[in-house]
Design a protein around this ligand. Structure first.
Ligand SMILES: *Cc1c(COP(=O)(O)O)cnc(C)c1O
Length: 430
């Protein structure tokens, strides 16, 4: 594979951008080698600066549920562009967007738009603290909620694979207000609540964890979590930045049958532009300025370009509920193909899937929490990643990231992926 231009750009980038990238996982650090610089994408494919073609399973880390650059989003953006990019004043599209989110996600009665998933989770925790007048929060090992200080403790995603689960720069005071529970272990939550009676403002969780591979919350666990939060007057926040509009139109809360008090969104909600949102019960959301005293703001929040792309994406989802059936069928097809390959090479690696989110863990342990996830052979994953990449399959460059199937992936794409997966497994396990 010719990577002359990507290598050149990366060497340049490292002189001007820390580590050469604007977000850590992109740098390929946990799998070795240099990142590819991407030039364009269409449908299921991306093309790098040197002209190499890949079937893409990253989808910009989640947003591209319809594949790259779908015509209807491009059209919505082009139309919005005619009127100007941003006014810092209210626009009609924001109202349509908010109504559509409220319509699609039953637990959300009011919503505020922000510019990233990080902003959404930060703001949700602030309003939960303002509403309950309590300070502490509980998060779960391996869950990633963006890069706000008080979330960077035992976090997933890049914070996990780069070996810096507790980032320098996070103050002791910040860390002290974040309590860590074990995913899918309700006793670990009960213990923390008992030890910090009447001090916990919120529990934040990825209802399907997607930044430590893919792990679904067990039904009993999540049901009990909901009950405890109600009893103790703790705000339950579902971080659906990844799962929202991905696993179902109503997010993971729809498939789990649980209503959180607040939800956070990002990724798909922006149709490929930088957007986040948080929303939930009216009485909590009305705490936010200017309606209430909890401050939250953004110069570019709800800007017309981002809203038009996001609205186009969500409107398509609302008008075409059948896409989730399509995604399920395609993802199941890929899952089955890989499972057969694993059988053929006599390896019982864990393959977790929820809808179109999937992760092949290089461990024979059943993966249901952080500890089982990190029993994976990340070294072997690195080799697998490169073996797939050189044969035209672009996976997330980390063992602990989900891969995403889009509606644009064809059966041909999936068959090719299954074949390359087989060849790679044979080579790596013999
Ligand atoms: C991606 C992600 C975030 C952070 O979103 P950014 O837009 O990268 O700030 C937060 N929570 C979850 C669950 C995510 O997957």
């Amino acid at each position: 594979m010719n990577t002359t231009l990507s290598t050149h750009f990366f060497n340049e980038a490292k002189r001007y951008i820390p580590g050469g990238v604007n977000s850590p996982v992109r740098a390929f650090k946990s799998v070795g080698g240099n990142p590819l610089f991407i030039k364009s994408g269409k449908g299921s494919k991306i093309y790098d600066a040197d002209g190499n073609e890949f079937i893409d399973y990253v989808g910009s880390w989640g947003p591209h549920i319809f594949g790259h650059n779908p015509d209807f989003i491009k059209k919505a953006l082009a139309e919005a562009l005619e009127n100007g990019t941003s006014f810092g004043a209210p626009t009609e599209t924001e109202v349509r967007m908010a109504k559509l989110i409220v319509d699609l996600v039953p637990s959300v009665e009011m919503v505020r738009m922000v510019n990233s998933g990080t902003e959404a989770t930060m703001s949700a925790v602030r309003v939960a603290r303002g509403f309950t007048k309590k300070d502490k929060i509980i998060k779960f090992e391996g869950c990633y909620h963006g890069h706000a200080d008080y979330f960077l403790i035992k976090a997933g995603s890049g914070a996990l694979t780069l070996g810096v689960p507790d980032s320098p720069g996070v103050t002791k005071a910040n860390a002290a207000d974040t309590l860590i529970a074990e995913y899918n272990n309700i006793d670990s939550v009960k213990n923390l609540i008992r030890e910090n009676k009447k001090e916990i403002a919120a529990v934040i969780i990825e209802p399907v964890a997607g930044n430590v591979g893919v792990i679904r919350a067990n039904d009993n666990f999540i049901k009990e979590l909901r009950e405890i939060c109600s009893e103790e007057k703790i705000i339950l926040i579902f971080d659906e930045v990844m799962t929202g509009f991905r696993v179902a139109a109503g997010g993971a809360q729809e498939i789990l049958g649980i209503k959180p008090d607040l939800s956070t969104f990002g990724k798909i909600i922006g149709g490929g532009l930088p957007v986040g949102a948080f929303g939930g019960k009216k009485e909590i959301m009305e705490m936010i300025a200017p309606r209430g005293p909890v401050y939250q703001a953004g110069t570019l929040s709800g800007n017309p370009l981002a809203m038009s792309a996001g609205y186009a994406a969500l409107k398509y989802i609302k008008d075409h509920p059948e896409i989730y059936q399509t995604l399920e069928e395609k993802s199941k097809y890929l899952e089955n193909g890989i499972k057969e390959n694993l059988k053929k090479v006599n390896k019982a690696f864990s393959l977790n899937r929820v809808g179109s989110m999937m992760c092949l863990f290089f461990t024979e342990k059943k993966v249901a929490d952080y500890k089982s996830a990190v029993s994976s052979d990340t070294n072997l994953f690195g080799k697998y990643f490169h073996s797939m990449l050189t044969k035209g399959i672009y996976l997330a460059p980390s063992q602990y990231e989900a891969i995403f199937v889009s509606t644009a992936h064809s059966i041909d794409d999936l068959d090719k992926t299954i074949k390359v997966n087989y060849d790679s497994l044979v080579k790596l396990t013999k």
